[in-house]
Design a protein around this ligand. Structure first.
Ligand SMILES: Cc1cc2nc3c(=O)[nH]c(=O)nc-3n(C[C@H](O)[C@H](O)[C@H](O)COP(=O)(O)OP(=O)(O)OC[C@H]3O[C@@H](n4cnc5c(N)ncnc54)[C@H](O)[C@@H]3O)c2cc1C
Length: 445
C-alpha cells in the first residue's frame, strides 16, 4: 500500500493483529493500517484511499459489538485508525461543553475533566473513543437520566467521503438556522464520513449516589416499580437496570473478585439495579440512601407488592457486577447476542414469550439476558450449551428472534450497538424505506 507522506502506517502482519481482531473474536485481513493525527491528515488518507480505489474501515476504540470496526476477510480493505487523533482538548467551563478530538478514550476525557467537576455523561462497561461513540450513538446504563450520545452532541467535524472537511453545529445550544446536518453522522457508523472532532455537552459530576439491588416479585412488578420510582423521585432516578439469574450466575463464575451479595449466595430469577444520584447535596436535603430506602419501603406496601427483597450496597460493588455481565456471559460458551430495543412494557412481554419459544424449539440455547429497563434496551444473549454455533444455525436463530422482536413486538434490532456484519441482513430488510429517504435527503443537500 502507498502511504501518504507524514502519516504513520502499520503494514507488518504482527503489528496489525490488534487492529484486525474485534471484541467478539471476529478476525479480518487488511492491506494496512493508517493512523493520522489531524483532521487534515484524515482528509489526506481518505483522498488517498479514493485515488487508489481502496475501501476502508474507520476504527476508534474497537470495542463495537457488531463486527463493524474490523475489515472483512478479503484482505483488500484498509483500516483507518483514529486512535492518534488527539490534537484538541478544549473544555469550555462557562458553556459546560468541550471541543475534543475523537481519538480520546471516554475514561481519559472524564479523568481530565474531573478537576473541573464535569463529565461526559455516557456510562458503559467498555472504554470506547469519542469517535466510535458518536458513530454508534452509544447508550449505556444512565440513558434514563442523561440520554444517549445524540442528546449530548452539539457539533461535529467530519471528513466526507470525497475528503472535504465540514464543521456541523457547534457549542451554541440554541441554533435553528436550518436542518441539523450533524445528526446524519450520529449513529450511522461512518457511512457518510469520518468524524474527527466533536463538541459535547458536559454534566456536573455526581457526588452522591444511593444504589440497591432489588428482587422483584414478578416480571410485571419491574414496571410497577419503575413507574413508582419515577413518580416519587423524578430526576433523581439515574439507573434502572435488570439482570437475569443466568447472566449473573455466569458472571460470578467468570469474575472471581466479584462479591455475590445475595443471601446464602442464592441468585434470584431477576435482580434490578436501582440508582438515585445527584451532583450536589444541600444541607437541608435528606441523604439519598434514606430517600431510596423510603421509596422502596413504599413500594413494598403497594397492592401489587412489587418487591421481594432489597439489598443496599456500595455503588462501586453493585455497578461492578452490572459492568461485568457482558464479559461474564461471553465466557459461558458460544454466544448469539442481540441488542434489542422496545417500548418498556414490551421488553417484559418479549422476553417472556421468546424464552418460552426457545425452550421449546431451541432447548440447547440458554437465555442469559440483561438490559436497561428504564429505556427499553434488552441485551438478549443466548449461550449455546451443546457445542459450537454453525453459521446456518445462527442465521435461522437470528431470523426468528429478530422477526419476533421487530414484527410482533414493534421493536428495534439495533438498540445501541449500531449496524455491522452481525445485523446488516436485517438493516437491508427492514430499513429499505429509510435508506431510500436518506438518499433523497442527500440529493436535496
Ligand atoms: C463490555 C462491553 C460493554 C458495552 N456496553 C455498551 C453499552 O452499555 N451501551 C452501548 O451503546 N454500547 C456498549 N458496548 C459497545 C461499544 O463499546 C460501543 O458501541 C462504543 O461506542 C464503540 O466505540 P469504539 O470507539 O470502540 O468504536 P469502534 O468499535 O472502533 O467502531 C464502532 C463503529 O463506528 C465506526 N467508527 C469508529 N470511529 C469512527 C469515526 N471517528 N468516524 C466515523 N465512524 C467511526 C466504525 O467503523 C464502526 O462501524 C459495549 C461493549 C463492550 C465490549
Amino acid at each position: 500500500m502507498n502511504i501518504p507522506a507524514g502519516i504513520k502506517a502499520v503494514t507488518d502482519p504482527k503489528d496489525m493483529a490488534a487492529f484486525l481482531t474485534g471484541v467478539r473474536g471476529e478476525v479480518g485481513q487488511s492491506r494496512g493500517v493508517l493512523l493520522p493525527e489531524t483532521t487534515e491528515a484524515v482528509a489526506a488518507c481518505v483522498q488517498h484511499f479514493n485515488a487508489s480505489q481502496t475501501s476502508f474501515v474507520a476504527q476508534s476504540g474497537n470495542t463495537g459489538l457488531v463486527g463493524a470496526s474490523v475489515p472483512d476477510s478479503s484482505g483488500q480493505q484498509a483500516v483507518l485508525s483514529l486512535s492518534r487523533l488527539r490534537e484538541t482538548f478544549e473544555p469550555d467551563l462557562a458553556n459546560r461543553s468541550i471541543r475534543v478530538s475523537t481519538g480520546f478514550r471516554l475514561s481519559e476525557v472524564n479523568d481530565r475533566l474531573a478537576e473541573h467537576g464535569l463529565f461526559f455523561p455516557i456510562d458503559l462497561g467498555s472504554d470506547p473513543m469519542i469517535g466510535g461513540m458518536v458513530a454508534t450513538n452509544t447508550g449505556g446504563g444512565r440513558f434514563l437520566r442523561y440520554g444517549d450520545v445524540r442528546s449530548n452532541t452539539l457539533g461535529l467535524t467530519v471528513v466526507l467521503k470525497d475528503g472535504e472537511v465540514v464543521r456541523l453545529g457547534g457549542p451554541v445550544r440554541k441554533d435553528n438556522t436550518g436542518p441539523d446536518w450533524k445528526q446524519l453522522h450520529i449513529g450511522s457508523c461512518g457511512w457518510f464520513g469520518t468524524i474527527t472532532e466533536a463538541v459535547l455537552n458536559l454534566e456536573p459530576v455526581v457526588t452522591e449516589q444511593a444504589t440497591a439491588l432489588v428482587v422483584p416479585s414478578s416480571d410485571a412488578a419491574m414496571l410497577t416499580q419503575l413507574r413508582h420510582l419515577e413518580t416519587r423521585v423524578g430526576p433523581l432516578l439515574s439507573a434502572f437496570e435488570f439482570m437475569s439469574k443466568a447472566a449473573m450466575k455466569h458472571t460470578f463464575a467468570h469474575a472471581a473478585s466479584l462479591k455475590n451479595p445475595f443471601a446464602r449466595g442464592e441468585i434470584p430469577e431477576t435482580a434490578l439495579l436501582i440508582e438515585l444520584s445527584r451532583p450536589t447535596k444541600a444541607p437541608w436535603d435528606t441523604p439519598l440512601d434514606n430517600v431510596l430506602e423510603a421509596v422502596l419501603s413504599e413500594a413494598w406496601q403497594l397492592p401489587e407488592t412489587p418487591i421481594e427483597d432489597a439489598l443496599f450496597g456500595r455503588p462501586e460493588e453493585i455497578w461492578a457486577l452490572r459492568h461485568a455481565l457482558s464479559e461474564g456471559v461471553k465466557s459461558a460458551g458460544p454466544l448469539v447476542a442481540f441488542d434489542l430495543g422496545f417500548t418498556r412494557d414490551k421488553v417484559i412481554a418479549f422476553r417472556a414469550e421468546m424464552t418460552r419459544k426457545l425452550a421449546k424449539d431451541f432447548p440447547m440455547m440458554e437465555v442469559c439476558d440483561f438490559g436497561h429497563l428504564g429505556d427499553g434496551g434488552l441485551h438478549f444473549n443466548l449461550v449455546k450449551t451443546d457445542g459450537p454455533v454453525d453459521p446456518k444455525f445462527e442465521m435461522r436463530l437470528r431470523d426468528i428472534v429478530v422477526d419476533h422482536a421487530v414484527n410482533t413486538y414493534g421493536g428495534s434490532f439495533s438498540a445501541e450497538h449500531g449496524i455491522g456484519p452481525k445485523n446488516y441482513r436485517y438493516f437491508e430488510k427492514w430499513n429499505r424505506d429509510t435508506a431510500v429517504s436518506h438518499k433523497s435527503i442527500l440529493r436535496l443537500g
